[in-house]
Design a protein around this ligand. Structure first.
Ligand code: HGY
Ligand code: MN
Ligand code: MN
Length: 414
């Protein structure tokens, strides 16, 4: 990393993020809740469009709700483009940097390239993917899956949020034509390379005392909805011996999920969301829905663990006079980033260690279609999907600087 080059630049990464750090704050959970197509996420979209336009980029939003900001070369061609960017939506109560750091760093990298007098031989695109977290409609990386044809648009359009609104209805309410969503091979074909910068969601760089890492792979991961059904009834008039309480069965299932994951080296299994129906404090629930997130480097192990969890859940439910069903909501196989691109990044950034990640990213989805790489920026807390997520300003600048160096090489390659 060269000395910080501030020549001709007015914005720092933290300065850009500071301009949006009041958008989508969640007073109840802490942190940020910025679900896709929610007013807060729409406000971030407008911020990005304004900042990209200010930089002379040609900004369009496509039929999948993906925002593309282009710096075209003298030829005007967008073929074999170098793409960077990330997402602006968040998990409920998420941190300030998961997603927006990659977007702000891309904008500052454009400033750095201009300050260096770079005249690209090929197009540079800065992209913002919608619904990376899958927090509103349940499927992670929905935008990049639609773009690359990794999800049936009919399924995507029928996905529902917690209030029962379909993706089609919400997207239409945001000005998109539901019939427009789906595979966009022409847009994928023009991408030569994709490099996504993201806050590290772990302690790897803290332990290695380095500001920036190169990504090697993304842990396979999926989400399943597990529903436990019993008999709803009155909390006061129903004897303990007469109950078929799905909340009791669900609690046993959650403890079993942990036990099974602990028994499988490198596995992670989480129940982070649980909903009782009807959800009254003086009501025995009739049904309990819980969402299972399971991850492992070996996809077969992930799926095998899920099957074992399903089997035990049915047994535990039956022990409480209940039934259990499990439905897959989304699955992303383990993604290895392009080896040649990863190794080349290592040559350009020799001080950057190579790290795997347990977190999913749009880069993981696009890796199936185009040569893809990631850069991670140190997070001193090592914590993510939480208000505790953090990045120091100098590390953010170092990340943008390294991203600019990578982009410059790719843009100038003959
Ligand atoms: O869930 C994930 O791994 C990512 O943050 N969407
Ligand atoms: Mn992210
Ligand atoms: Mn995330």
């Amino acid at each position: 990393m060269t000395g910080l080059d501030r020549a001709g630049r007015t914005d720092t990464v933290m300065g850009l993020l500071g301009a949006i750090n009041s958008v989508g704050r969640d007073p109840r959970r802490g942190g940020y809740s910025r679900p896709v197509f929610d007013p807060s996420e729409r406000e971030l979209r407008e911020w990005f469009v304004a900042e990209a336009t200010k930089r002379g980029l040609d900004v369009t939003t496509d039929r999948n709700g993906i925002i593309w900001a282009w710096w075209a070369p003298a030829s005007g061609s967008l073929d074999d483009a170098v793409l960077t960017g990330s997402h602006l939506d968040s998990v409920p109560g998420g941190g300030e940097f998961d997603g927006p750091l990659g977007v702000a760093s891309a904008l500052v990298a454009v400033d750095m390239l201009r300050a260096r007098g770079v005249e690209p031989r090929r197009a540079l695109g800065v992209v913002v993917f919608p619904e990376e977290e899958g927090s509103r409609f349940g499927v992670a990386c929905l935008g990049s899956r639609l773009l690359s044809g990794a999800i049936d648009p009919a399924r995507a359009l029928s996905l529902k949020d917690r209030d029962g609104n379909t993706f089609a209805e919400v997207a239409a309410g945001s000005g998109f034509d539901p019939d427009g969503f789906g595979h966009d091979p022409a847009s994928v074909a023009r991408i030569g390379r994709f490099v996504e910068l993201h806050v590290e969601q772990g302690r790897g760089l803290v332990d290695l005392d380095r500001p920036v890492a190169i990504g090697s792979s993304i842990l396979g991961h999926g989400r399943w909805r597990l529903s436990v059904s019993g008999e709803g009834n009155h909390a006061g008039t129903t004897l303990m011996s007469d109950r078929r309480d799905p909340m009791v069965a669900a609690s046993q299932i959650i403890v079993d999920v942990r036990a099974q994951a602990r028994g499988q080296r490198d596995a992670r299994a989480t129940v982070g969301r649980i909903e009782a129906v009807p959800g009254g404090s003086n009501v025995i629930a009739s049904r309990v829905d819980l969402w299972l997130d399971v991850r492992h480097p070996d996809n077969a192990v992930t799926l095998g663990l899920v099957e074992s969890i399903r089997a035990r859940a049915m047994t535990l439910a039956a022990g409480e006079g209940c039934t259990a069903t499990l439905v897959e909501e989304s699955f992303s196989a383990t993604a290895d980033f392009d080896g040649a691109l990863r190794d080349w990044l290592g040559e350009v950034l020799p001080d950057a260690p190579v790290l795997a990640t347990g977190a999913g990213h749009d880069a993981g989805v696009l890796a199936a279609s185009v040569p893809t790489a990631m850069l991670f920026v140190r997070n001193p807390s090592g914590i993510s999907h939480s208000p505790e997520e953090y990045v120091e300003g100098w590390d953010a600048e170092a990340g943008a600087e390294d991203l600019a160096t990578i982009l410059e090489r790719l843009l100038m390659q003959t």
